[in-house]
Design a protein around this ligand. Structure first.
Ligand code: ZN
Ligand code: ZN
Ligand code: ZN
Length: 420
């Protein structure tokens, strides 16, 4: 079975999605309705098959997005080892501290009996337990033992796992789990697409509220606080980021909201997002604050640059479809801005994949020859930044379909010109 197949019917997804209006707790509720134990069984099987095809004996997954993807367990990022062992033979197991075993047991893959729990006490050696599980599930006569670890596994865990495996005989150099999981996680199953779609709808409601509310005279931090409150109120369980970059700060793509007071004549780059049922939202709109009576309208130069960004966003969106490479989508956006003479001021990639992580494969960047497939979800976010003056960016999340992309953000891509 492939990871793309869903245990939930299209009709069930449509109903669940329609019911999930942006509201407090909506993300978790939709996740619980759409992703059951069966989905995790399919994902674990796909991961095991891919690991075997790659000549590995096991995948070793620490806390983070890979573990959540494979089990539904959002393990805490703590110093006691929690590790999912997916061997190519036999049952997956979760090595988990005893004091968190109950919590882990509530996660769908464990509750569904697809992953066995191995609880370890304070004086046990969890690394020895990992090594034992790896050897028990290795390919027949496999020597040296070959494992892949989740990409963000802490060095303190990697080194002790390596030592535990080496203690039992030859072990090959440790590889990265993304070498087998990335291709699987990139292609979103229908229930994942539904969560991304709902996340987009929730974040759009926040954009509408902020762009139609008061901005003039407020600090960036105060607007960012409102953004975070609204993200949570619209169903995100985590308000991950709230970039409110005003005036000269709008020329800094990853500006952190600070004490600056918003004034007439400011451009504001509003780039916000969170986690909705585990899945990311991420959208950017650009605002111009004229002041009362339209006192300081956008300059002709700014409007020219904004229109380039808008055309670049549209060109990349139109270019994206199955079989087109990620770098070709980047080029479609970049060509517009280069032709407009602003190429030097568009100094970041056009986009990034999105799912259980805010930034994940596929990256929409020169040099990435990965071809788009239906189910790939990613951002399209060209921008132009004039240091010391201002900047503009327009960002949408899209999902690749059979013949193009579906836009997950629906707010206007025009410049938001507001009095205050
Ligand atoms: Zn970014
Ligand atoms: Zn963003
Ligand atoms: Zn982004």
């Amino acid at each position: 079975m492939s990871a793309q197949q869903s245990g939930v019917s299209a009709a069930e997804i449509a109903t669940a999605y329609a019911d999930a209006t942006p509201a407090l707790g909506a993300g978790h509720a939709l996740e619980a309705r759409l992703i059951g134990a069966g989905a995790y069984a399919r994902r674990l099987a796909a991961a095991r098959d891919a690991a075997e095809a790659a000549g590995l004996d096991a995948l070793l997954i620490g806390f983070g997005a890979d573990m959540r993807y494979l089990t539904g367990y959002a393990a805490p990022a703590l110093e006691r080892l929690t590790m999912l062992v997916v061997p190519v033979r036999g049952e997956p197991s979760l090595i988990v501290p005893r004091l968190e075993a109950g919590m882990a047991g509530d996660a769908p893959a464990m509750r569904g009996g697809h992953v066995a729990r191995v609880a370890w006490g304070e004086t046990d050696d969890p690394f020895a337990l990992v090594a034992t599980a790896v050897r028990a599930g290795a390919r027949a006569g496999s020597a040296p033992i070959s494992v892949a670890v989740s990409d963000r596994l802490w060095a303190t865990f990697v080194l002790r796992i390596d030592a535990a495996l080496a203690a039992g005989g030859a072990a090959a150099p440790t590889r990265l789990a993304s070498s087998v999981l990335s291709a699987i996680r990139m292609v979103k199953a229908p229930e994942e697409a539904a969560l991304l779609r709902a996340a987009g709808r929730a974040v759009d409601s926040v954009v509408l509220a902020i762009t139609s509310g008061k901005l003039l005279g407020r600090s960036e931090s105060d607007v960012a606080r409102e953004v975070r409150e609204r993200l949570t109120g619209a169903g995100h369980e985590v308000a991950s980021f709230a970039i409110v970059a005003s005036g000269p700060n709008s020329a800094s793509p990853h500006h952190e909201a600070g004490p600056r007071i918003i004034e007439a004549g400011d451009a504001i780059v509003l780039d916000i997002g969170g986690q909705f049922g585990g899945y990311g939202s991420d959208t950017t709109r650009t605002i111009w604050v004229t002041g009362r009576g339209g006192a300081v309208p956008p300059s002709a130069d700014f409007v020219r640059r904004y229109e380039l960004v808008k055309r670049a966003n549209a060109a990349a969106t139109a270019a994206a479809k199955p079989g087109v490479s990620c770098e070709a989508v980047d080029a479609a956006a970049r060509e517009v801005i280069v032709a407009g003479g602003e190429g030097e001021r568009f100094f970041h990639r056009t986009g990034h994949g999105i799912g259980l992580e805010e930034h994940e494969d596929p990256y929409i960047v020169a040099g990435n020859r990965t071809k788009l497939e239906p189910g790939h979800a990613f951002s399209i976010e060209p921008g132009i930044y004039v240091e010391g003056t201002n900047g503009a960016r327009i960002e949408d999340i899209v999902i690749c379909t059979a013949d193009g992309v579906e836009l997950l953000n629906a707010t206007s891509r025009d410049l938001y010109v507001v009095e205050g």
